[in-house]
Design a protein around this ligand. Sequence first.
Ligand code: GTP
Ligand code: CDP
Ligand code: MG
Length: 199
Amino acid sequence: IPPLDRCHCNKIINVIHFTCGPGSGKGTQCEKVVAKYGFTHLSSGDLLRAEVSSGSERGKQLAAIMEKGELVPLDTVLDMIKEAMIAKADTSKGFLIDGYPREVRQGEEFEKKIGAPSLLLYIDAKAETMVKRLMKRGETSGRTDDNEETIKKRLDLYYKATEPVIAFYEGRGIVRKIDSEGSVDQVFSQVAKAIDSLK
Ligand SMILES: Nc1nc2c(ncn2[C@@H]2O[C@H](COP(=O)(O)OP(=O)(O)OP(=O)(O)O)[C@@H](O)[C@H]2O)c(=O)[nH]1
Ligand SMILES: Nc1ccn([C@@H]2O[C@H](COP(=O)(O)OP(=O)(O)O)[C@@H](O)[C@H]2O)c(=O)n1
Ligand SMILES: [Mg+2]
């Protein structure tokens, strides 16, 4: 992949990271953000699942890691995000990057290779809520990681690796914390307020 040149960087406005626990409702909220603001939604999990579906050798390796609820190698996810951003850089109004960064190092590398985010949205959900939603989703999602054992591992990893990401960006004053316990629309009104504060 070519490096993002200056021209591209200038066009990459409004990089919003959506970093929350598994099952906190990122995917659901991102759809609503796209409908209202027209941002480009990039879900790191979806990009990885697309690679798995392609049946490639790399996809097979990724599937094994994701089934265990572990993190795939940092460069793999970042390259996929960057590739997708370059493809849209000329026309996008902004990027909503869902499920990334998952660990502080992913955030640091993103800034080195792409740029600094303008906002980090964080949906604060209780572990109990996340587990309940994922178990329910697992009845129909077909996701191999929506099972009790892997959900537990994803949650453990979230508390260990991802929560520190929030503290890292809090130091920069770009974190907006959102309470997940209401309805989808109640959560969205908080999300929209945070995005509107960017203008
Ligand atoms: N009650 C309630 N349920 C929600 C809300 N948002 C999402 N859900 C449900 O919770 C489940 C998980 O939501 P997703 O949007 O798929 O969660 P996610 O954060 O993208 O999860 P991962 O893909 O595992 O990262 C879905 O089955 C939703 O229907 C909400 O605000 N309130
Ligand atoms: N930045 C990322 C995003 C996802 N992943 C992997 O992809 C899986 C699914 O990610 P996801 O964002 O769709 O789902 P949740 O784990 O948040 O429920 C994770 O459990 C990780 O194995 C990763 O390694 N690094
Ligand atoms: Mg999701």
